[in-house]
Write a protein of this length. Structure first.
Length: 336
């Protein structure tokens, strides 16, 4: 019988195993909120898939395949709901001043393409009476200054003030090395209305995808394997005060070293959203703003024709697995 090899993570088991990506984070412990910034070394091919009923963000339409640019220089994930969008303003100004962006006219600095997505953490008990000076511009600036290949998980960055069902949410990441230079990674700020746990409130829905006990190694009772209630008891998994449109959300970025065109990158984003459904129940509700960005570095060719389609299916499946694991890692690290 042929032995099946175990999945292999990247060296860091972070999205930054996709060479070129850097991640920076900043938090405000008084306001209980934070910002995560992911930077690319150049304009990387990008796409977005939005499935939540209450999303918030900017510069997502520019990534639609029918539109012109189709790439990004950075992505900002942030707490603060609409107030958090100021973090992307700070990153835009800083990168432009550093000479990064589209050179459209010699009369002004380059124009960086920086989509952003927000999650709602305004009701988490932090001090939000900031008047005319919300902290997000400064948080975005600080996060950009701290970009690195290594970064913290759990109560960090955009996940600092997050909740996941009735427990603390957080920031998670994971990667897979598919061999021959193909690497896939995911970064998630987990703030869903649904629960990441099965009926025992200890076992992650994501447990079948865990690698080397990266989120605790807990396994469910066999009797819970067929727990199929499509909408479990709300008193157990929901904080009912959060059952409002846009009051929750999972934000994610997946990236790969594969050379993908815009349509292929969009398919990668669509496939990767399956990771949300593997890790949380219920998901993509009217109360969430689930948003996922996909990036291609273009470093490794996957060929053409049907060979490329086969590789894309493989990469998309791996991306969904990474998203699943990143969500569980976010919650596990935030609640240790």
């Amino acid at each position: 019988m042929k032995q099946i090899s175990s999945p292999k993570t990247g060296y860091l088991n972070l999205i930054t195993d996709v060479e070129g990506l850097l991640v920076g984070q900043a938090e405000d412990p008084i306001a209980k909120t934070g910002v995560t910034v992911l930077t690319c070394p150049s304009l990387w091919t990008a796409a977005v898939d939005i499935r939540g009923g209450g999303p918030g963000g900017r510069e997502s339409a520019v990534l639609d395949p029918e539109n012109l640019v189709g790439g990004v220089h950075a992505i900002v994930l942030t707490g603060g709901s609409v107030f958090g969008l100021a973090a992307a303003d700070a990153v835009t100004v800083a990168l432009s001043n550093a000479g990064k962006g589209l050179d459209l006219n010699s009369n002004h600095n380059p124009v960086p393409i920086i989509p952003a997505a927000v999650l709602y953490d305004l009701a988490n008990g932090g001090k939000k009476d900031w008047g005319e000076r919300p902290p997000y511009y400064q948080l975005g600036k600080s996060a950009l200054q701290q970009t690195s290949s290594s970064f913290s998980l759990g109560k960090a960055g955009a996940g600092y003030g997050a909740m996941a069902g009735t427990v603390r949410g957080g920031l998670g990441s994971a990667s897979l090395d598919l061999g021959d230079g193909l690497v896939v990674g995911a970064l998630v700020a987990a703030n869903p209305v649904g629960s990441p746990y099965m009926a025992d409130n200890q076992s992650f829905w994501a447990w079948p995808f865990e690698i080397e006990q990266e989120f605790g190694g807990h396994r469910p009772d066999i009797r819970l394997m067929h727990y199929n209630d499509p909408f479990p008891d709300t008193s157990r998994i929901f904080n009912t005060s959060r059952l409002k449109g846009g009051a929750n959300t999972m934000l994610a970025v997946v990236a790969t070293t594969a050379e993908l065109d815009r349509n292929q990158t969009k398919r990668l984003a669509i496939m990767a959203q399956d990771g949300f459904a593997r890790a949380v129940r219920p998901v993509h509700t009217p109360f969430d703003g689930d948003t996922l960005f996909a990036l291609s570095s273009g470093a490794v060719s996957i060929g053409q024709g049907n060979d490329a389609n086969i590789q894309l299916a493989r990469i998309g499946s791996a991306a969904a697995d990474c998203v699943t694991r990143a969500i569980a890692r976010a919650v596990y690290c935030a609640n240790k």
